[in-house]
Design a protein around this ligand. Structure first.
Ligand code: XMP
Length: 512
């Protein structure tokens, strides 16, 4: 992101916690970006980072193909904090000794801090931390001191104050390390000298200026889905360039019940934005005919979306930019970092190579909770800011198997019942996402005096902070009972209701 603000780079060695590290840094009001471990200091240096954080990673430094990094990252020009694998790699590259792990440490551990240095200064001498590693640093590199150990005298933290290089074997980014935020804050403020002035307001100010500069007097067409991301993106660009923005809302036949009217009323009537509604269910359903593969569904929908936008934009004439509410996790999950591609999110991976409009993605550096804060900063109504996330491919990814109008109608009705009941129980805000999935199998049931052979509906409800990890929501039994009996009674073709009690990982939130 073009910015003269404090910047920290998180060097990604493939840990599942890398994004969490980035979020914690941002929560400390310091802007950071995740970059692949192949980034060189020559590439990063021109952006003037205040510091580097080396993430953890699943590998052993001695393993074949273990991710390494440019040794110049450790030259001491910018302070660095290595976490877990990051610390081991630091030790390995700078001449320390890393040992293989008969003594795996996994879970809670107690840290004895011998030399607080700037990292632990002001904290208790004994700290509870979260460990998850096999290898360990047997002897730190020349110039380093051992700052803290765990039982058995395992090196748990080390530092070289001259070069401003720090390593911790535990995970300060997870909640199970209660003082983790303070430790990270010490690195950011005391060691890197960051000011902590990155806020939603400063983001809006920066982006409004950047959007004006990028767009000039040209026109932008906005993809509005009614979800939080595209809504905040639209409001942000509207703040910057007003009526140079036209929003297009596509009813592709994959929306939730009443979605179209809600979106139109919120944006056209309340905010006064220019919106074109395109109603094109047949077009999308025809393309999806006989397609059951989830990734193909996503790609088809993504491609078709962009085509519709292009057509509408060319009708508008003289449009140069396509606005999308792409978020940072989408960018990373789509393979921008070194993490493996998990799913093709339609607003990143599905974009056709011959796209004629330039992309404007002002939220591509933000996590979801930050988007909500920015939405509030922009004065969007809470009802929009706190809407649960809804995937771009809509209900198509909630009917595993073929997408037909009939199956969509079933999942849509079930979803509506679930939403009504969750709202009635006052649980909307405490659950990250809740929806239903129609399974392409049938089971036997009995209704009245008749045997049925019909489909099951799955209720999926999760709590999460950012959708990267999620836990299944402990919905009250009586609520589940009400939803179940309403669904089997009110949705024809459904005779069974299941509750998905899998967390992410190992499952994902959506079923496809
Ligand atoms: P998963 O299923 O990968 O989803 O755990 C994580 C979050 O992303 C949403 N999601 C999407 N959002 N386009 C989007 O804009 C997509 O293709 C897409 N797929 C999943 C999902 O609803 C959850 O909040």
């Amino acid at each position: 992101m073009p910015t003269d603000r404090d910047l920290i780079y998180v060097i990604d060695f493939g840990a599942q916690y890398t994004q969490l590290i980035a979020r914690r840094i941002r929560e400390a009001r310091v802007y950071c970006e995740i970059v692949p471990h192949t980034s060189t200091w020559a590439e990063l240096r021109p952006h003037n980072p205040r510091g580097l954080v080396f993430s953890g990673g699943p590998a052993s430094v001695y393993a074949d193909g273990a991710p390494r990094c440019d040794p110049d990252l450790l030259s001491g020009e910018a302070p660095a904090l290595g976490i877990c694998y990051g610390m081991q790699l630091m030790a390995f590259l700078l001449g320390g000794r890393v040992g293989g792990g008969e003594h795996r440490e996994y879970g809670p551990a107690r840290l004895a801090v011998n030399r607080p240095g700037l990292l632990f200064d002001g904290l208790p001498r004994e700290i509870d931390v979260w460990m998850s590693h096999g290898d360990r640093v047997d002897s730190p590199p020349p110039g380093f001191e051992i700052a803290a150990v765990t039982s058995g005298n395992v090196t748990a933290a080390m530092f070289d104050p001259q070069r401003r290089l720090y390593g911790v074997q535990f995970h300060p980014e997870v909640r199970h390390t209660p003082q983790g935020r303070e430790i990270l804050a010490h690195f950011l403020y005391r060691i890197c000298g960051c000011k902590g002035d990155w806020t939603p307001a400063s983001f809006v100010e920066e982006q409004v200026a950047a959007i004006r500069q990028t767009v000039g007097s040209r026109r932008v067409v906005g993809a509005l889905s009614g979800g939080v991301d595209s809504s905040v993106a639209a409001a942000l660009v509207y703040r910057a360039i007003g009526d140079q923005l036209t929003c297009i809302f596509v009813d592709q036949g994959l929306l939730r019940k009443d979605e179209r009217s809600q979106v139109e009323s919120a944006f056209r009537e309340s905010l006064g934005m220019r919106i074109i509604t395109v109603v094109a269910p047949e077009r999308f359903l025809n393309k999806l005919k006989d397609v059951a593969d989830p990734e193909r569904k996503r790609r088809i929908i993504g491609n078709e979306f962009v085509r519709v936008f292009e057509e509408e934009a060319s009708r508008l004439g003289e449009v140069d930019f396509l606005l999308q509410g792409t978020l940072y996790p989408d960018v990373i999950e789509s393979g921008a970092g070194s993490a493996a591609v998990i799913k093709t999110h339609h607003n990143v991976g599905g974009i056709p190579a011959d796209l004629k409009l330039k992309l404007l993605e002002p939220l591509r550096w933000l996590f979801k909770d930050e988007v909500r804060q920015v939405g509030l900063e922009l004065g969007l109504p809470e009802g929009i800011v706190w809407r649960q996330p809804f995937p771009g491919p809509g209900l198509a990814v909630r009917v595993p198997g073929e997408v037909t109008e009939e199956r969509l109608a079933m999942v849509r009705e079930a979803d509506w019942i679930l939403r009504q009941e969750v709202a009635g129980a006052g649980l909307e805000r405490s659950i990250w996402q809740y929806f239903t999935v129609l399974l392409p199998v049938r089971s036997v049931g009995v209704m009245g005096d008749e045997r049925t052979y019909a489909h099951p509906i799955v209720i999926r409800a999760v709590t999460s902070e950012d959708a990267m990890t999620a836990d299944w929501a402990r919905l009250p039994y009586d609520l589940l009972g009400r939803v179940s009996s309403r669904i089997v009674n009110e949705v024809p073709g459904v005779n069974r209701v299941l509750y998905d009690i899998t967390s992410k990982p190992p499952a994902t939130i959506e079923w496809e």
